[in-house]
Design a protein around this ligand. Structure first.
Ligand code: GRF
Length: 217
């Protein structure tokens, strides 16, 4: 089961959401599915942390929720095998990272080529990469003096925050913003944009040509 291209038209998307924390983006995705705005079934929520609140959100909605961390395995190979086996068992064919704080193993990226997305709370390639996560991103944006920031949804490749950009949306930086107020406004936009972008994939509208991602009319 190798995926070489974007998600094909006419197939129901079997989604896994990978999380590590609170899971407000997961909640937005759950709500979009429930509200008929996202034509997908959430087959699995996978967390790198056992105490992620996102796991409780999943359970509340009757979604299979698993904690899977390399820490629990005595080799990297066994961890990767367990991840692939979990995805296969739940019939997952698309993965949305939503606050997942680990690198996706290259073996999984290869197997799900162009079928893994991530959401980042800034306009990539600015303010991304290793160590740029959470409130640090918004602090760096304010300290640099940026007037706009935003949200990026991109495909996942082997490097952090690097894969082709699928969609971006701007958020103004206000004179009196603190990292916390800015984070809150950016997060609201994340909750709108991520389900919208996943729906474009579910409708088979996303075309990937090298680094350029186009949306079919
Ligand atoms: C979001 O800001 C997302 O952009 C980043 O991690 C955060 C996750 O938040 N990748 P939540 O767990 O969805 O609330």
């Amino acid at each position: 089961m190798f995926f070489e291209s974007v998600f094909p038209k006419g197939e129901r998307m079997n989604l896994a959401v990978f999380v590590s924390g609170s899971g407000t983006n997961l909640q937005a995705i759950i709500d979009a599915v429930a509200g008929g705005k996202l034509s997908a079934d959430i087959k699995l929520v996978l967390s790198s942390r056992p105490d992620a609140f996102a796991l409780q959100r999943a359970e509340k909605h009757g979604i299979p929720a698993v904690y899977l961390s390399s820490k629990e395995f005595d080799s990297r190979e066994k961890f990767i095998r367990a991840m692939l086996e979990t995805l296969r068992r739940h019939q997952v064919d698309f993965i949305a990272l939503a606050g997942y704080m680990r690198r996706v193993p290259p073996e999984v990226v290869q197997k799900f080529k162009n079928r893994i997305t991530n959401i980042h709370p800034a306009l990539l390639p600015a303010f991304g990469g290793k160590g740029m996560y959470g409130i640090r991103v918004h602090r760096a944006v304010i300290e640099y003096g940026c007037k706009v920031t935003g949200v990026t949804v991109h495909l996942v490749d082997e490097e952090y925050d690097h894969g082709p950009i699928v969609a971006q949306r701007c958020v103004p930086v206000l004179d009196d913003d603190t990292p916390e107020t800015l984070a809150a406004r950016v997060l609201e936009v994340e909750h709108q944009l991520y389900p919208e972008v996943l729906q474009l994939f579910a409708e088979g509208k996303v075309i990937v040509e090298g680094r350029r991602v186009k949306i079919a009319k």
